[in-house]
Write a protein that binds this ligand. Structure first.
Ligand SMILES: CC(C)(COP(=O)(O)OP(=O)(O)OC[C@H]1O[C@@H](n2cnc3c(N)ncnc32)[C@H](O)[C@@H]1OP(=O)(O)O)[C@@H](O)C(=O)NCCC(=O)NCCS
Length: 184
């Protein structure tokens, strides 16, 4: 299960979702450079390096990462990025997602999340967790609609704030008990 495919977005246009490849570094760097203050605050509160995407692209194909990119129909611009990391260095599989400014609220975030969770299930991961700023209601609404629940708090030491920790179970029994809500 790779999570790859074409999706039709809310405005009728299409996006191509595919796993990160090593050659995607420059396009992923351009994606990071396109992020505004809101995306940086909620998703990546660190300096963005010129070769940011190249560094991330070195993880392509690794068996402890699932990384999907959403591309415009011409496959020239990265519109969105989602990852689940679950190496032995991480206590629990951790998810992050971001959509390019100007491409948000068009269904890309939901498409990326749905597919990365399918892929995580395919890799037999029992659960996926994430940390979200308590005022990021848009992201929380989306996470809840695909089955995540708040399961506690987590300290974000970089920004000095306490965030919600959210979790989704991917085991058939628990997932069945908490079927995702559709339509937010
Ligand atoms: C959060 C984010 C990933 C959502 O992706 P998106 O492509 O904009 O979202 P979608 O268009 O797929 O919308 C999915 C759901 O999000 C919620 N949502 C989207 N825009 C919203 C808004 N303006 N207000 C409230 N909820 C909103 C809705 O529940 C929506 O459900 P719907 O599909 O039934 O309409 C994206 O907005 C983003 O990158 N934000 C900045 C970075 C960030 O916050 N990342 C998450 C860090 S934890």
């Amino acid at each position: 299960m790779t999570g790859a495919g074409v999706v039709t977005l809310k405005d009728g246009t299409q996006a191509l979702i595919q796993p990160l490849r090593r050659s995607d570094g420059p396009a992923l760097s351009a994606f990071y450079q396109s992020l505004g203050a809101t995306e940086r605050h909620y998703f990546y509160p660190y300096p963005v390096a010129d070769d940011q995407g190249d560094r991330i692209a070195t993880t392509a194909g690794r068996d402890d990462h699932i990384t999907l990119l959403a591309w415009d129909p011409e496959a020239t611009r990265v519109l969105g990025y989602v990852f689940v990391r679950f190496s032995r260095h991480h206590a629990e599989p951790l998810l992050g997602v971001c959509v390019r400014p100007g491409a948000q609220q068009n269904g890309i975030g939901r498409a990326l999340l749905t597919r990365v969770l399918e892929a995580a299930r395919g890799r037999q991961l029992p659960e996926v967790t994430l940390g979200v700023h308590k005022d990021n209601h848009r992201a929380m609404r989306l996470y809840e609609s695909v089955g995540f629940c708040v399961c506690g708090e987590t300290r974000n030491v970089i920004q000095g704030v306490v965030q919600w920790k959210m979790r989704v179970s991917l085991t058939p029994e628990e997932a069945g008990e908490r079927a995702p809500r559709r339509g937010g």
